[in-house]
Design a protein around this ligand. Structure first.
Ligand SMILES: [Zn+2]
Ligand SMILES: [Zn+2]
Length: 359
């Protein structure tokens, strides 16, 4: 057992509380990582607000970077001292989905046993298989990827979620072909990375759709060729005008239902739509099946960019080191763990970029 400080959610919608908790040593297949950085993601905020339910007390946080400080039995490919990115993508490597290259939809059941307890023995949920709003984490070895020492911890942490979700949605789920046209709805954290993914994959035009001119300008800095305000009437008409036709690929990166309702209208003949943004549980969207059937269009959901982390994260880290993937530009603020509630409030107010807790 190690005594660590963690930011604990004790009641949905209330500020997180810094508590001293106990973290048990890594067991077979697990490692302990002493964190250097953890970014705040909108998913953490949705959970803390109760949008997706879950047990309490809980520790959120799932975009982390650190160094391995202990290795459990039967972990042979990782060593103490290695720099790693910690993700929430836990995969067994043996189920049908893992075996077919889709570890983000691993079928193995969650073990449920949390390594975190309060000093009185009460269990504390390790939310999203990470619990990274804490000084250390114990995670399954499949959740981490070693990365070079010369990357700043903030950049390493960002590779855990928003970056792979956005880039992967375009490249893996959307299977963008060079020269195709892309529309990215929402130029927030994931949207900016979808735009980067489309640029890296060689899109012809990349049209960002968002609510403010400011966000469209940011989108252009990340590779969007055009911007369209979602506040105008029928914004898809403006997109069709820019492209000369509908888009090959439409990425919905926000969880707003009006965005989902309108998204199919941006698609052209044979177009496809990737659903990335996650609305609250129970929210429904509408679409017109006859149009999709007649125009040969498709819709696909994408969780965590359909990534294979040991393939995709080293690739993206190398693009970053070459200056071809922007990560430093995604960081809006640096905070300490005891400022976490301020950092969360700032994320809720600001939106697009990431606030990072540094340890
Ligand atoms: Zn996230
Ligand atoms: Zn599996």
């Amino acid at each position: 057992m190690t005594r660590i400080t963690a930011a604990v959610c004790t009641e949905f919608g209330k500020p997180l509380q810094l508590e001293e908790v106990e973290l048990r040593a890594p067991e077979a297949g697990e490692i302990e990582v002493t964190l250097e950085a953890v970014a705040i993601c909108h998913s953490d905020i949705h959970y803390a607000e109760g949008a997706w339910g879950g047990d309490l007390p809980a520790v959120y946080g799932h975009e982390a970077a650190g160094r391995i400080s202990a290795v459990g039995a039967s972990v042979s490919d990782l060593t103490v001292g290695q720099r790693v990115v910690v993700t929430l993508i836990r995969s067994c490597g043996a189920c049908a989905n893992c075996a077919s290259g889709k570890p983000t939809i691993c079928e193995a059941p969650d073990t449920g046993a949390s390594p975190i307890t309060r000093p009185d023995g009460t269990p504390v949920k390790k939310a999203m298989d990470c619990g990274a709003f804490a000084e250390r984490v114990v995670v399954h070895h499949s959740q981490v990827v070693p990365l070079p020492d010369d990357m700043p911890p903030e950049a390493v942490a960002l590779m855990a979620c928003g970056v792979i979700t956005g880039v992967g949605a375009i490249v893996n789920a959307g299977k963008l072909r060079t020269g195709e046209d892309v529309v990215v709805i929402g130029a927030g954290g994931v949207g900016l990375n979808a735009i980067q993914g489309a640029r890296i994959a060689g899109a012809r035009r990349i049209v960002a759709v968002d609510m403010t001119e400011e966000k469209l300008e940011t989108a252009k800095a990340f590779g969007a060729t055009d911007g369209v305000l979602a506040t105008q009437k029928a914004p898809w008409k403006a997109v069709h005008k820019i492209l000369g036709r509908g888009a090959n690929l439409v990425a919905v990166t926000v969880g707003a239902i009006p965005a989902y309702d309108d998204a199919p209208r941006y698609m052209g003949w044979g177009g496809r739509m990737v659903m990335i943004g996650m609305p609250h549980s129970g929210a429904m969207a509408e679409y017109e099946p006859v149009v999709m059937a007649f125009m040969g269009q498709g819709m696909i959901g994408s969780k965590m960019g359909d990534v294979v982390i040991r393939r995709d994260i080293p690739w993206l880290a190398d693009l970053y080191r070459q200056g071809r993937l922007k990560l430093d530009e995604l960081v809006s603020g640096r905070w300490s763990l005891d400022q976490i509630n301020e950092a969360i409030a700032d994320t809720k107010a600001g939106g697009a970029k990431r606030n990072v807790i540094l340890f």
